[in-house]
Design a protein around this ligand. Structure first.
Ligand code: 5GP
Length: 190
């Protein structure tokens, strides 16, 4: 998505640890109109996939998942990090290693929000080593649902997650794929 690449070049900053900061439109402040455009692009890419529900993880995935859900006219569910008092009853959960915090957490959803009749599209803001999406795949499996694919705003193509998921047969669509990034340079995969 050309407009996303241009926005990353204009507003993004590369932090130590190969972290791309896009707090001005995706990770802290949310550019609502722009995210709705990203949501439409995700809907276009998965128009033939018969998706019934979107699954993401709090908190950074929520805005982009919301935008995709609006465009696809379906609900989205966000997994909570660590079981909180307001996830009650039977749950589906899995352990995930956090790229940005370097620690493990448990992602949890109430069992009633996914069923074996669902075709689930995973959505997240970033794809790095793939732990977040692998965790969501695990939750989809535990629900007996089908994973229709994964859509991410920004894939860091120089990290292993995207290719590993694709090798497993999961359809991964990224709106922008960063090929290489350094303090003063950033290029996209063509
Ligand atoms: P993974 O699980 O694929 O290694 O990392 C993806 C998760 O870590 C995403 O949910 C995202 O929140 C966070 N993340 C990974 N890399 C970056 C990055 O470069 N920038 C930001 N803002 N978040 C990242």
């Amino acid at each position: 998505m050309k407009a996303l690449e241009e926005k990353i070049l204009r507003e993004g900053a590369v932090l130590p640890g190969q972290v791309l900061k896009v707090g001005s439109f995706l990770n802290q402040q949310v550019d609502v109109e722009f995210l709705l455009e990203m949501g439409k692009e995700i809907a276009r890419l998965f128009a033939d996939a018969h998706v019934t529900k979107i699954l993401t993880i709090e908190s950074s995935g929520i805005a982009i998942a919301f935008a995709a859900a609006v465009a696809m006219h379906i609900p989205f569910v966000f997994a909570k990090k660590n079981k909180s008092a307001n996830v009650s009853g039977e749950v589906l959960q899995t352990k995930i290693h956090s790229y940005t915090h370097g620690t493990d957490y448990t992602a949890v959803i109430g069992k009633e929000f996914l069923s074996e009749n669902d075709r689930v599209l995973l959505v997240d803001d970033f794809l790095a080593n793939g732990a977040a999406l692998e965790g969501l795949v695990e939750i989809v499996k535990k629900a007996g649902a089908v994973c229709a694919g994964a859509a991410v705003a920004i894939e860091k193509g120089f990290q292993r997650g995207g290719d590993a998921l694709r090798k497993k047969g999961i359809r991964v669509e990224s709106l922008a794929i960063v090929e290489e990034m350094g303090e003063n340079s950033l290029t996209f995969r063509r």
